[in-house]
Write a protein that binds this ligand. Sequence first.
Ligand SMILES: Cc1ncc(COP(=O)(O)O)c(C=O)c1O
Length: 353
Amino acid sequence: MTEIPRQPGKIIDLRSDTVTKPTAEMREAMKNAAVGDDILRDDPTVIELEELSAGMFGKEAALLTISGTMSNEIAVMAFTRPGDEIVVFADSHLYNLEAGGISALSGAQPRPLKSDTGVYDTDELSRAIMPPGVQRARTRLICLENSFHLDRGLAVERSRYADTVEIARRHGLRIFMDGARIFNAALATGTKVDELTGFCDAVDVCLCKGLAAPLGSMLMGSRGFIDEARRIRQRIGGGMRQAGVIAAPGILALTRMVERLSEDHENAETLRQGLESMGLRTDRGGILTNIVNLDVSPAGWRAPLFAERLAGHGVRVKVCTEQTLRMVLHNDIGARDVSFVVDRVGKILLGRG
Ligand SMILES: Cc1ncc(COP(=O)(O)O)c(C=O)c1O
């Protein structure tokens, strides 16, 4: 087979979909955005983005925040008081990668539950909810994440949440969904995003992952919730002035970039098949999206060394464990890049790369 030449200076960055650059259209929209002071609610572009996203998610209102982390933390703060308890996935972003924000910012304590699928085990979830009592924390909130697990990207279907919803309603608990990649999950499950998240009291989505905006996240919920979220955003220094420059690419992210995520899913599947054809193992434990979780141990490799070899070919990946790597497909990665990666993986395995 002929070798696919490396384009001089080209880096194929598969570490995350957060590395996407804003499109030329986004940069143009930033330049031309109508702006105003958003703390005074004078920014027409922010208002347009917030109304657009609230409509797409079928919620009363929405708030633009700086990041998915900020949206997540604001949601927990809005739904809890210090000393309350929240149920989270042990492998969630909220619990692992927000610098201890749950306890530092809201004063709530997390009760992490292990899940392999992005759905809580019904019995475990029931047991995790504190019974009333003077010695008990009050459970207030159940947190979800869809797609689930930032190293696996599993899409969870709406029907699989039925027990969680029933338990939450029975105990009067709120449900919050970290939907950083919810559009990936919606496409992969063939569900409209408002149907997939309709049961949630609040949900957020990131504009800057596969949707390619430079930054920003939208938090959606009832008008009362968003009013409170806006106050909390101000308290933690997240109120913004001429934020239309962020909102303008955000509007393009929601109107132009959602459908194209299916290309990332197709490229991810081509990559999985290419890697598997060489005797490597990929995670196929559910409905897959734009994240490829690769186990290099069947070929006798350790992931850190494999990643180093790939870097030598201009391919950057994230090392997850000693055995596994993450490769994330996104707007800046095309089918040719996928072929190049498969080709170079083949060379490394043959000891020629
Ligand atoms: C599942 C999930 N939630 C939340 C976030 C936080 O987003 P940000 O890094 O923009 O704060 C990420 C970021 O990768 C994520 O993967």
